[in-house]
Design a protein around this ligand. Structure first.
Ligand code: BGC
Length: 267
């Protein structure tokens, strides 16, 4: 077999890095399978989580993963998630992160720090992309809403497989409250709610979102999606609602996927 033929059969991979409030996790993503090649690599999120400290942690993860077998070439763009509105690479909100991120050009600063292109995407948008391509929303026509329950509430609005970015449905005002302060996974812990009480909060949240958007499907992500049996059966909605399939890896896979989509790389 000629050398170039061998190369074209090589696995297409992209590094994805998921920035969260407590941990920053990275992995090499196989774009065909939507799965990680090898183990994911995690470091604690620096405190305070200033842009400079987080950039250093992301650079460290990229170096570690870049040395591994199956890593893409060193000039290949890296996909990164961030838990805020991201428009043209710039953070435009900071609900649960250091306020110094607002107005920060994450793409430009991380690209300079890492010495290779970095493309940032909202964390829930990344999870949403991953779920509709490889997970619970695969092949669904029409509107799919991926809602992540964590420190805040994240949302991805996907129509016919295409993402409408920065939906921010966690900040809907419901009964006079910013929704995520009442219905996120952290709100449940903070208030010591049992699953039945928490289900009442989720019912109120999801019925409102359903009323506004009439989606075909809700996909529930975030760490708490592992416990979906505790609350999803209590919800009475006309829309099917299912747990995310990619669990811990959705952000990493979605971060890589958005780079692949942007650069029209094989997926
Ligand atoms: C932020 C979103 C983010 C979500 C989940 C919200 O508070 O506004 O941008 O996607 O938390 O991290």
């Amino acid at each position: 077999m000629a050398k170039h033929e061998k190369k074209s059969k090589a696995r297409a991979t992209i590094i994805g890095i998921d920035i969260g409030g407590t941990g920053i996790k990275g992995g090499i993503v196989d774009l065909k399978k939507g799965k990680l090649v090898g183990e994911r690599y995690r470091v604690d999120t620096p405190q305070p989580s200033t842009p400079e400290a987080v950039a250093d942690a992301v650079a460290h993860i990229a170096e570690e993963l870049g040395r591994r077998e199956g890593a893409p070439d060193s000039g290949t763009p890296i996909g990164v998630t961030f838990p805020a509105i991201i428009q043209h690479g710039v953070a435009r909100s900071a609900a649960n992160v250091d306020k110094s991120w607002i107005g920060y050009d994450v793409d430009a600063a991380f690209t300079e720090r890492l010495g290779r292109p970095v493309e940032v995407i909202n964390d829930a948008d990344a999870a949403g992309l991953a779920e509709v391509r490889f997970g619970a929303g695969e092949g669904i026509k029409g509107t799919v809403l991926v809602i992540t329950l964590g420190t805040g509430i994240g949302s991805a609005f996907v129509f016919d497989g295409r993402l409408v970015p920065n939906a921010e449905l966690g900040h809907l005002e419901i009964d006079g409250h910013d929704a995520e302060t009442k219905a996120s996974a952290v709100a449940r812990e903070r208030e010591g709610l049992n699953w039945s009480d928490y289900s009442v909060r989720l019912q109120r949240y999801f019925e409102h979102v359903e009323f506004l958007f009439s989606p075909e499907l809700f996909v529930v992500g975030g760490g708490i999606s592992k416990k979906a049996d505790e609350y999803l059966p209590h919800l009475k909605l006309r829309t099917p609602i299912v747990p995310a399939k990619l669990k811990n890896e959705a952000g990493i896979v979605g971060a890589a996927l958005q780079v692949a989509i942007h650069h029209k790389l094989a997926t």
